[in-house]
Write a protein of this length. Structure first.
Length: 439
């Protein structure tokens, strides 16, 4: 094993030995190299005369560039757009995002978390989590209704076993009983398990109530207290888009941090959906754990392993994307802009709720609970979801996502308010068409 990796492991072992038990085989071997990147960083600080270290080209004291490229990038210098960003991410952006986590999650007050490491979107953050913390055949607990790419990242690429529980109870809320039963069953069979918690949820658009959130934290802390290493991973891609008063408006990460030495909280989030910059690909990984003494050395070691994993895969996330996000966050109108877009989406959500009260739809489908995010789902009663999807596309030019035999996902985030009623009427027409064709 590389001596740098060994040194990082010793720091982690001293701070919390259970974290070493959780790291994957790859995670134990990961480190951030003291090669070209670290030497280049030293040169940036001290090479005041000539700097011939990093693999970019310069010209007349500036980053070499095409005018045709820079003409499309307004008010951003080539040095802030075209050069390599650090594998950890731009320091100012990491700090700004960490500050925002404390502002958005009051329960983090008085706690210490790592400095977020920048990833190429939340999808990449999930993949980095899998590399660092999961071995093939490790178990990760997820609900039966889940984002399809989890399977590709965690099972197909990583070889982890996805263990599912039903997301909703018969009463319509989060199925706490099934969740606890599943976590307890896996904890009996394994020394460590991962639990992925995605709220607002994709595909259903459901977020937890405060009571449900508190109970999940209690269940996981109890399992940790009984001797199982628990990695609680919060995929907070749609964080902040909470539309109802009773909904928990903090990440579960905030209350999971520091609950038990065997409980590691890992927050995966990003500007992608929160700041409506999907194509800029700016995500983050943040750690929260309990350690002996000052946690800063442990967090630094975890950040270095994470940056090493990024360095060994994509090298770094886009400097331009990070600069644009940072400038927006530091802008005078940032809060007002977020509030403006939130209100637009909330109004669309309210319109969907309103339209679905129409009794004409009751024979065609049931509605899964939803209160947040971009999406909602319906459960068809009489026709096949994929057959309906294709029929709606071919006959009416309407695109939806089918999931299994009965479920359709509708992204109300990309519908204007005045289009929502028409959409559900067209879906109803499609159901009636198929029923006639089947008789």
């Amino acid at each position: 094993m590389n001596p740098i990796a060994q040194a990082l492991n010793q720091i982690i072992e001293k701070g919390n030995p259970h974290l070493m038990e959780m790291l994957s085989h790859m995670g134990k071997k990961l480190f951030f190299p003291k090669g070209i990147l670290s030497q280049s960083a030293e040169a940036r600080e001290k090479a005041h005369k000539l700097n011939a270290t990093i693999g970019i080209a310069t010209e007349q004291g500036e980053t070499m560039h095409f005018s045709s490229v820079m003409d499309s990038i307004c008010n951003i210098r080539p040095e802030e757009a075209l050069t390599y960003a650090p594998s950890f991410g731009i320091p100012a952006l990491r700090k700004a995002w960490q500050d925002s986590l404390f502002a958005k999650n009051p329960s983090l007050a008085g706690k210490t978390v790592s400095l977020p490491v920048v990833t190429c979107g939340v999808t990449h953050a999930i993949s980095m989590f899998a590399d660092i913390w999961l071995n093939p055949d490790d178990v990760i607990v997820l609900p039966d209704m889940m984002w399809g790419n989890y399977n590709m990242i965690l099972n197909v690429r990583k070889g982890a076993t996805i263990s599912r529980y039903p997301l909703f109870s018969e009463s319509g809320g989060f199925n706490l009983s099934a969740f606890e039963k599943k976590v307890r069953a896996e904890a009996k069979e394994h020394d460590k398990i991962a639990v992925l918690l995605n709220f607002p949820h994709n595909p259903t658009g459901y977020s937890l109530t405060k009571e449900e959130g508190n109970r999940i934290v209690e269940i996981l802390a109890k399992m940790a207290g009984e001797g199982t290493n628990i990695m609680a991973v919060t995929d907070d891609s749609y964080f902040g888009l909470f539309y109802e008063d009773q909904t928990l408006k903090e990440s579960l990460f905030a209350n999971l941090c520091g609950r038990h030495p065997r409980l590691l909280a890992i927050k995966l989030d990003g500007a992608t959906k929160e700041n409506f910059v999907w194509g800029l690909r700016v995500g983050f990984i943040t750690y929260g754990c309990e350690t002996e003494g000052d946690p800063s050395a442990v967090y630094d070691a975890l950040e270095r392993k994470t940056a090493g994993s990024i360095r060994g895969s994509i090298s770094n996330a886009s400097h331009l994307g990070q600069t644009v996000v940072l400038r927006s966050m530091l802008g005078d109108n940032y809060k007002e802009e977020k509030e403006e877009k939130f209100k637009i989406l909330k109004n669309r959500f309210k319109r969907v709720k309103e339209v679905l009260l129409d009794p004409r739809y009751k024979e065609a489908w049931d509605v899964y609970p939803f209160n947040s995010g971009y999406f909602m789902c319906i459960k068809l009663k009489s026709v096949d979801a994929e057959a309906l999807r294709l029929h709606l596309l071919d006959k009416y030019g309407v695109g939806l996502i089918s999931m299994g035999k009965t479920d359709l996902r509708i992204a109300f985030s990309c519908l204007e308010e005045n289009e929502i009623h028409e959409l559900f009427d067209i879906i109803l027409k499609g159901v009636e068409d198929l029923k006639v064709n089947n008789t």
